[in-house]
Design a protein around this ligand. Structure first.
Ligand code: ADP
Ligand code: ZN
Length: 433
């Protein structure tokens, strides 16, 4: 079994706890002394750095939310002088105004090490050619995986996203063995390879490291089949550094959180109460050793479950399940909670490709719920009756998963726009009225 930093990645739980306890005391003191915005929040709550003697005391600290980050934009949560920072990155802006994060050299090293752990967990060594087609630039995907791949010693192809023809040409000509991008783009690359007459065994890829957006188990199987690889999940957010906060190992059942750098809690999103291990709730992160943009108890809005069950890979760090989606991805349609991931699961199980668009609107005070689903050429038919029969079947499958039935529109192959970065699956017109 290979690890990038075996000692820490397989350290006994009490050793990890000891490291966390030591770091949190320093990090809280550091934030209190350097970030007036958070010092005010602590003062208002009546907590002082002396109250925090270990991670068990984290509960006493106030939360930070995306709203705080927006309010403090751009410099309000900066932890050190700008002259000590060497990089800025920014969120993709999926859910509103962008957030900017600052990094010192030490922050970048830590982040890249986290990504290197992910690359090694996916089987990466210095003999690999790692094609990074996450976007480069302000988005953290490209920079993070680029750094991780280089630290492992992989020959790194900094492709950035887009230009699928060139991606495929370089993949084949330069024998890429590891592919890094969003799962929706991986699916598109798989589709494009097939269209050009390549079979899965024609490429040299062995693994993919896919993240930055929610994807289902069914999507994983479909990508693994189309590219002939093992597909590993990677999770992160700009606020904590970027991808690599957590990553999947050979077991492919949940992602190990790099808990020597990030302390994770699960809370009840309604009450803010910390939930016991094994319960589903909102993921909250506390950075343990960041300088540029240290965040204490940051509410991610991502819903998942933590588990400390022993992992066959030998890593001891706590695992998080794939996020079900963001709490703000959840749509309430006619009073029922619906996640796009549930829709994806049904579509792929029923043999449809992962190309779909969900449109929600409100007409005459009642919610409308439409799903446009692309057919494969085999599923597409000129016979209207056949198409209607398929739409009805899909409607019933959705109804049994979601509790409500959407109107299904089967559309011809290649009519739904492909994504090169994070896919936009939901158009909620109710928010525009
Ligand atoms: P934005 O919030 O603008 O998309 P980021 O680019 O920093 O900003 O994205 C971070 C978010 O992306 C996470 O909070 C999470 O919702 C989502 N995300 C990242 N990785 C994954 C993953 N592996 N699975 C599901 N969602 C993910
Ligand atoms: Zn593992």
């Amino acid at each position: 079994m290979n690890y990038y930093q075996p000692e820490i990645e397989t350290a006994p739980n009490d050793e990890i706890r000891r490291i966390q306890n030591e770091k949190i005391v320093k990090q809280v003191r550091y934030v209190y002394d350097n970030v007036p915005y958070y010092r005010d929040l602590m003062d208002k709550k009546g907590v002082t750095p002396d109250d925090i003697k270990g991670v068990d005391d984290i509960k006493k600290l106030p939360f930070l939310t995306k709203d705080d980050l927006r309010e403090a934009y751009p410099y309000g949560l900066l932890g050190t002088d700008l002259k000590n920072c060497i990089r800025i990155q920014s969120t993709s802006g999926t859910t509103g105004k962008r957030v900017v994060a600052f990094y010192t050299q030490k922050d970048i090293d830590m982040w890249e090490e986290c990504c290197a752990r992910a690359v090694v967990a996916a089987g990466g060594t210095n003999e690999d050619v790692c094609q990074v087609c996450y976007g480069y630039g302000l988005f953290t995907g490209g920079a993070g995986l680029n750094g991780g791949s280089q630290k492992v010693g992989c020959l790194t192809l900094p492709m950035s996203s887009g230009n699928t023809d060139r991606q495929i040409q370089f993949m084949m000509d330069l024998n890429a063995t590891i592919l890094c991008c969003t799962p929706s783009y991986a699916a598109y690359i798989g589709e494009s390879l097939a269209e050009r007459g390549y079979k899965p065994e024609d490429n040299k890829l062995k693994a993919g490291i896919f993240g930055a957006e929610p994807w289902t188990e069914e999507m994983r199987q479909s990508i693994e089949k189309s590219l002939g690889i093992k597909a590993y999940d990677i999770y992160g957010l700009t606020e904590t550094s970027g991808p690599g906060v957590a990553f999947e190992c050979s077991e492919q059942s949940g992602m190990h959180i790099n808990e020597d750098h990030f302390y994770a809690e699960i809370i009840d999103p309604e009450t803010g109460e910390t939930l016991p291990e094994g319960e589903k709730g909102e993921l909250v992160f506390t950075s343990l050793d960041k300088e540029g943009f240290p965040l204490l108890r940051y509410r991610t809005k991502d819903i998942c479950i933590l588990s400390r069950k022993k992992c066959s890979c030998g890593r001891t760090h706590v695992k998080m399940t794939k996020p079900l989606g963001r709490s703000d991805d959840m749509m309430i349609i006619r009073g029922v909670n619906v996640f796009p991931s549930q829709i994806e699961t049904v579509l792929l199980k029923e043999g449809y490709p992962p190309n779909y668009e969900i449109v929600v609107d409100r007409v005459n005070n009642s919610d409308t719920f439409d799903i446009y689903v692309e057919c494969t050429p085999e599923l597409f038919s000129d016979k209207i009756s056949e198409m209607q029969e398929n739409e009805k079947k899909l409607n019933l499958a959705m109804r049994s998963m979601l509790g409500i039935g959407p109107k299904i529109h089967l559309v011809p192959p290649k009519t739904i726009a492909r994504s090169e970065g994070k896919a936009v699956r939901v158009i909620d017109k109710r928010k525009l009225h």
